[in-house]
Each structure stands twice: as C-alpha cells, then as structure tokens.
Write a protein that binds this ligand. Structure first.
Ligand code: NAD
Length: 487
C-alpha cells in the first residue's frame, strides 16, 4: 500500500491507532487500488483528541501572536520545500492531476500559513475607544477548541485554510478530513509539529458522517467550521445552534457565469472551462450555469466544443494529464445520473456525456461534458452536480440574466465576462453571491475573503475576515472617576 500512514489519527503530537474503530480503505481514484487501510475514530479517540486540544490551548493563547505566527510561517516553508511529495500524496488521495496539485494544493495551504503567520503581529490588535474622561478597549480573544470538518475535493487546502486562522488566533483544532481523502491532513499535522507547534494544538481524527456529530455535539467544542454540502451544513449548523456554538459554513453552489456579447471570447471560453472542468468539476464555486448572450452563442459553443475535446484525460501522475478521475465510483455514478437527466429533459449534449474509452485503469473517469440549450427549470440547471458538467443557457437582456442568475437557493459565487466596465460593476452589484469575478473565474488567493451567501453558507475563509470567525471581542470599560449612583 503505497500511501499507508503511520496510523489513522494524529493526536497530541503523536500518531495514534485504535483498531476498535470501523476499518475503511483509501482508494486511488485513477485505478481503484487500495493505497491505505485506516480505522474511523471511536468515541474514545474523539475524547482523546478534544482533551488534548483543550489542555494545550490556554498556553498557546498566552504566547505572543508574533511567536505563534513564526511557527506558522515555518510550516509554510516546510510545505513549499516538500511540495512535490505533498502534491503526489494529494494526487493519490483525490485523483486530481499532478499538473494541478503541484500548483494549487500544498502551495495554497502554505500561502494560508504564510499569510496568517505574517499578519499575526498586527492583525490581532484591539481598539482604544475614548469616552471623555473614561475609555474602553477591546481585545480579540480565541474561542477555545475549534472543530474543522473537510470535504474531499481539496483536502490539504481545506485543512490549512481552517487550521491557519484558528491557530493564529490562539485556538486549538481537531480536524476530521473526508472519509474519501483521509491522508493529506495527517501530513499537515506532522509538518506543524516539525515547525514547532506545541503538541495537542492540531489533531486529526478519521471518520465519516457518524463521527462528525461526536465532534460537533461535544460540550468542550466552541466552534465548528464545515466544508461540505448544503444538507450536511443544515445538520451541522442545527446541532451547533442548539448549543449556541460558533459556525462557519462553506457549502455547495450552482453559480452563474454570465458572458455578454462584447466579451473576449477566448477568455470567456477559458474561464468557463476552468470554472467547470478544473479538479474534474469538483469545485464548490464552479460557474456551472453559463449564461451566454444569444448573439455569440454559436461562436462560443463552437470554440468550447473544440477546446473541450482537446482536454487530455489520463493517469493523474503524468504531468501531461489535464483531467483525472472523479474521487469515487459513487460520485461518478451520481454525475452520470445527472447527465442522463439532462438528456431526458431535452438539453442538447454538445460533447462528452459518458465514460471515456481509453483510460489508464479501472478508475472513476468521466468525460468533460457540455450541455447547450439548457433551460432554468431543468434538473441539471437547478441542482449541484459536482462533476465536469457545464450547462450553457441563452439570454438576451441584462435584467433578465441577473434575475435568472439569482433564481436559486445557492449564493456561493458568480462571474461576468464583458468589455463594458460599468456593466460589469452594475451586474456584480446585483448578483447574490459571496465571491464574484469580473473577466476571470475561480481565482481565490489567500488575501481575499471567500465564502457564500444564502444557502451556500456563512462566515468567510482567508483574508483578515477569517480572524473574526475564529475569535471574539472582549470589551473593557475603564472608569477614571467615582461612580455616580442616584441611590
Ligand atoms: P459532505 O457534505 O457529504 O461531507 C462533508 C464532510 O462532512 C465530510 O467530512 C463528512 O464526513 C462530514 N459529515 C457528513 N455528515 C455529517 C454530520 N451529520 N455531522 C458532521 N459531519 C458530517 O460533502 P462532500 O461530498 O465531502 O463534499 C462535496 C460538497 O462540499 C459539495 O456540496 C461542495 O460544493 C461542498 N464544498 C464546499 C466548499 C466551499 O468552500 N464552499 C469547498 C469544497 C466543497
């Protein structure tokens, strides 16, 4: 087994195994090969991880932010030095091509440690509030033990995007990766220890939907940050709300990407492809409803078909491969089912639509697929597919496309391609989404806030905004004179 970790869990600075937990296998999605055998956490493992976090957190919170930041920056350096090995592990874990993981996964995690490590010294200051003779001041204080729960599309990135702001604020974290991609987070935990993080501050435990609630419902947990689907988000937010815990919800989407007739055609086609086929379409913010102005529809579709059919599908470890398999057979079956619905409901299949003929193994490959003539009420235009399936819809008028773009319960992202700068700003102003792009798509550098509105969630990851979601303000009023009481 070529990616077997030392143990299933990482708790209090040590690799920990508990064979009483339900065994599960980690598969390489390109071949179906078993690459690791692990055990889900038992309730005893959950207790152990939370107890370690609770014990370690106060001393960590008492350190200066600069000292905490220094450790995170060291972790960023180690991740960059080991980018190749970490990217290969991410490719084994997810099936995503090495061409992607080498630029988008450990490096994005390292960016997060570097950014939050770097702002530690100045970003956590409070305010001084003059009140005449009296004054008040605020302190930004940590929440305590935070739980992170990850999806399977960006396992290393998700672990780092949650760990970095949590740790810099002085919290401890227990992280549960997706059961489909259990491996990357264990390496992040090892690297943090190597960088000097005291034991117990970043713990990783394995498990699935039955393990998650043990973490979410634990009385010693102050905050839960979930990256996952809307149905899971509703369960987790509901459970957290019953104990008034803090939550960040990074959930699903069905985002609109609007292409006006004056857009640069090659950029718009490229943006739509990146926003539907990168990571085999397993990206929450994807612009899966591509609204194309009727005047350029034929040109757009013809270039899109041409470029899509040139995508190189292959063994993910091959540097030339541009599209790998889906993460699991279950996910591929789900996507094939949606493709069937698209055909049955009358959309025009422009390209793709099935399993490619020549694939390297028994893996969960699927063709990049484009449907044209999609209408708003079709299932494929309403539900999140989470695979490489692009829906192209026609439109004529600006107001019409904004209303149709917003006619969804989701509100994660949106994009607009146009050469008219005033129109671009008018349109993004009216689109209901948390993260929007003008003349590009899906770029998420650590400096900018990322997150959703409506049912796509709340809270923000990355940027200074993330600090607010891993800390709270303590306000102190200081009286400089005697108390004047009327009695
Ligand atoms: P999922 O909702 O099935 O699972 C997400 C995580 O939650 C997993 O670790 C799972 O074990 C855990 N979980 C499931 N039920 C739980 C419960 N009741 N209590 C606690 N934990 C529970 O999602 P997935 O299939 O792993 O990932 C795909 C989804 O994630 C898509 O909807 C996608 O849009 C979304 N996503 C969102 C973002 C974002 O930042 N907004 C990023 C990536 C993925």
């Amino acid at each position: 087994m070529r990616a077997q970790p030392k143990a299933s869990h990482f708790i209090d600075g040590e690799h920990v195994e508990d064979t009483a937990g339900t065994p599960f296998e980690s598969l390489y999605p390109a071949t179906g090969e078993v690459i690791a055998k692990l055990h889900a956490a038992t309730p005893a493992i959950v207790e152990k991880a939370i107890a370690a976090a609770k014990r370690a957190q106060p001393e960590w919170a008492a350190m200066s932010p600069t000292a905490r930041g220094r450790i995170l920056k060291r972790a960023a350096d180690i991740m960059r030095e080991r980018n190749r090995a970490l990217s290969e592990l991410e490719t084994l874990d997810t099936g995503k091509p090495i061409q992607e993981t080498i630029v988008a996964d450990p490096t994005s995690g390292a960016d997060s440690f570097e950014f939050f490590g770097g702002i530690a010294a100045a970003g956590l200051n409070g305010d001084y509030i003059p009140l005449g003779a009296d004054f008040a001041f605020t302190k930004r204080v940590p929440l305590g033990v935070c739980v992170g729960i990850g999806a399977w599309n960006y396992p290393q990135q998700i672990a780092c995007w949650k760990a970095a702001p949590a740790l810099v604020c002085g919290n401890a974290m227990v992280f549960k990766p997706s059961e489909n991609t259990p491996l990357g987070a264990l390496k992040i935990a090892e690297i943090l220890i190597e960088a000097g993080l005291p034991k117990g501050l970043f713990n990783v435990i394995q498990g699935d939907r039955s393990t998650g609630p043990l973490l979410v419902n634990h009385p010693d947990v102050a905050k839960v940050s979930l990256t996952g689907s809307v149905p899971t988000g509703k369960k987790v937010a509901g459970a957290a709300a019953s104990e008034l815990k803090h939550v960040t919800m990074e959930l699903g989407g069905k985002s609109p990407l609007i292409v006006f007739d004056d857009a640069d055609l090659e950029s718009a086609v490229g943006g739509a492809m990146l926003g539907n086929f990168y990571s085999t379409g397993q990206v929450c913010s994807n612009g899966t409803r591509v609204f194309v102005h009727k005047a350029i529809k034929e040109k757009f579709l013809s270039r899109l078909k041409e470029r899509t059919e040139k995508i190189v599908i292959g063994e993910p470890m091959d540097e030339a491969t541009q599209l790998g398999p889906m993460v699991s057979k279950a996910q591929r079956d789900k996507v094939l089912d949606y493709i069937g619905k698209g055909k049955a409901e009358g959309a025009t299949l422009l390209t793709g639509g099935g399993i490619p003929n020549h694939v390297p193994g028994e893996g969960y490959y699927i063709q990049p697929t484009v449907f044209a003539d999609v209408t708003d009420n079709m299932t494929i235009a309403r539900e999140e597919i989470f695979g490489p399936v692009m829906c192209v819809l026609d439109f004529e008028h600006e107001d019409e496309v904004i209303a149709r773009g917003n006619a969804t319960e989701f509100g994660l992202s949106a994009g607009v391609f146009t050469a008219d700068v005033t129109r671009a700003h008018r349109v993004v102003d009216k689109l209901e989404a948390g993260t929007l792009w003008i003349n590009t798509y899906n770029l998420c550098p650590v400096e900018i806030p990322f997150g959703g509105s409506k049912q796509s969630g709340f809270g923000r990851e990355n940027s200074l905004a993330a600090l607010q979601h891993y800390s709270e303000l303590k306000t102190v009023y200081v009286a400089m004179g005697p108390v004047e009481a009327p009695y």
